[in-house]
Design a protein around this ligand. Structure first.
Ligand code: GDP
Length: 294
C-alpha cells in the first residue's frame, strides 16, 4: 500500500533537498505536489486541505526557511504532520476488569470484520486471554462457517447459537463465556454493502443487549471519499471506540487509512495486513508515517 504516494512524496522532498536554500515559492510548489499526491491516493478532500494548510504554515516560517538545513526541517514537519494525522501515538486496546469483556465489531460487509474478529481473538489468545467468538452475522450464509473454520484454525471456540437471532446469539455467547470461563467475547456482526437501516438497527440492538466494553469499527483501507458517509453513520448510530484498518497490505491507494483518524476523531487501534490469522498489528502512527515517507 501507499507505493505511489510514497514515491511521490519522496520525490517532492528529495527535490527540496537538492536545492539547499529554499524560497517561499519552493515550499508552495512542494505543497502543491503533496496535495496532488494525497488526492491521488484518495485521501478525503477536506483532510487533504487541512493537512496541507497546517504543513504549509509550519514550513513557511523564517525559522525554517532561513535555517541551515531548510529541506531537512520540511521533511521533519511533513513527518510530524503525517504522524499527527494518523493519531500521533499508539492507542492500545484496554480491556476492563469485567468478566467477560465484550468487544463488538461493526462495519460494512466485505470490510474484513469476520477475519478481523478471528485475528483479534488470536492476538488476545497469544497474550494469555481466553477468547470466545460470537457469530452474529446470520445473513451472509458463509459468515458463521467462515468464523468456525478460522476459530478451529486458531483454537478459539465459536458460539453460533441458533444461527438466526443475532441479539440472542450475542447474549448467549456472553452466558457461554461465563459458563466456560472465557474472559473475552468478540462479537462479529452483520454488514451490508451499503449502509442500511435494518443493519444499523440490529447493531444498535446488539450493543444495547450486551453492552460491549469496546466497539471497534473495521474500515477497509481502500475506502475513498465515501469514508465520511460510512463512518459518520456508524458513529451516530452505534458509536465506536476505535478503528481496525484492514487490507493495509493491498496495493490500492489507501486513502481510507489516511483519512479515518481525522474523519472520526477515533484512534486506529489495529492494522490488518493480510488474510492469515496472525496478520494483525497494533497500529503505530509513527511507524506508518515513516513507512509512507520511505
Ligand atoms: P466481512 O464481510 O466484513 O466479515 O469481511 P471478511 O472478513 O469476510 O473479509 C472480506 C475479504 O477480505 C475476505 O476475502 C478476506 O480474506 C479479505 N481480507 C480481510 N482482511 C484482509 C487484509 O487485511 N488483507 C487482505 N489482503 N485481505 C483481507
Amino acid at each position: 500500500m501507499f507505493n505511489s504516494l510514497s514515491d511521490r512524496l519522496t520525490e517532492t522532498l528529495d527535490a527540496l533537498r537538492g536545492k539547499g536554500k529554499l524560497t517561499e515559492a519552493d515550499i508552495a510548489h512542494a505543497m502543491r505536489d503533496i496535495r496532488m499526491a494525497l488526492l491521488e491516493a484518495d485521501v478525503n478532500f477536506k483532510v487533504v486541505k487541512d493537512f496541507v494548510a497546517k504543513t504549509r504554515e509550519r514550513c513557511m516560517t523564517a525559522e525554517v526557511l532561513e535555517s541551515l538545513t531548510p529541506a531537512q526541517n520540511v521533511v521533519k514537519i511533513v513527518l510530524d504532520e503525517l504522524t499527527e494525522l494518523l493519531g500521533a501515538t499508539e492507542s492500545k486496546l484496554v480491556l476492563s476488569n469485567r468478566i467477560p469483556n465484550v468487544i463488538m465489531l461493526v462495519g460494512l460487509q466485505g470490510s474484513g470484520k469476520t477475519t478481523a474478529a478471528a485475528k483479534l481473538a488470536y492476538l488476545l489468545k497469544k497474550q494469555g486471554k481466553s477468547p470466545l467468538l460470537a457469530a452474529c452475522d446470520v445473513y451472509r450464509p458463509a459468515a458463521a462457517d467462515q468464523l468456525a473454520t478460522l476459530g478451529a484454525e486458531i483454537g478459539v471456540p465459536v458460539f453460533k447459537g441458533d444461527g438466526t437471532h443475532p441479539v440472542a446469539i450475542a447474549q448467549g455467547a456472553v452466558r457461554e463465556a461465563v459458563d466456560t470461563m472465557k474472559n473475552v467475547v468478540i462479537v462479529d456482526t452483520a454488514g451490508r454493502l451499503q449502509i442500511d437501516e435494518a443493519m444499523m438497527a440490529e447493531a444498535v440492538e446488539i450493543k444495547r443487549a450486551v453492552k460491549p466494553d469496546q466497539v471497534l469499527m473495521v474500515v477497509d483501507a481502500m475506502t475513498g471519499q465515501d469514508i465520511v458517509n460510512v463512518v459518520t453513520t456508524f458513529a451516530e448510530r452505534t458509536d465506536f471506540d476505535g478503528v481496525i484498518i484492514s487490507k493495509l497490505d493491498g496495493d490500492a491507494r489507501g486513502g481510507g487509512a489516511l483519512s479515518v483518524r481525522a474523519v472520526t476523531g477515533k484512534p486506529i487501534k489495529f492494522a490488518s495486513v493480510g488474510e492469515k490469522p496472525d496478520a494483525l498489528e497494533v497500529f503505530s502512527p509513527e511507524r506508518m508515517a515513516k513507512r509512507i515517507l520511505g
